[in-house]
Design a protein. Sequence first.
Length: 151
Amino acid sequence: MGDILRRNTRQRQAILEVLRGMTSHPTAAELYNAVRKRLPRISLGTVYRNLEVLARLGLLRKLEFGGTETRFDGDLQEHYHVRCVECGRVADLHDLPFDPSDLRVEGLGGYRILGHHLEYVGVCPACGTRMRSDGSSRSAAPGDSADQMVE
Ligand SMILES: [Zn+2]
Ligand SMILES: [Zn+2]
């Protein structure tokens, strides 16, 4: 029994450390692949379970946005996210002003407000570059060697 508890603690610690070393906001499956390099025998189920426990303990944040797979963030500082609509990558926006006093607004339907979610969406620099060089962008320069689009 004690052994199992110790092993769980070690696994949980490893998952948290790996997550904190990543800035990509991995999905559970992506995190599992990274954790496996340290703990080759860990299972995906164990990673899922520990992520739930760590989220409940407030040691990581779950990012659940409409229609996308849950991602995990080891950065507990308040910050916003921007998601690329092309490749799905999620980046941090640390420089936006965040005013926690906004959360204490009274009278929001009688709710005691615990927080809020805000997600920006856009096209990341890498996808923007790729779209331009593909000629898939509608604003392709005339005379481009890309196929002529007749509309
Ligand atoms: Zn992208
Ligand atoms: Zn983040």
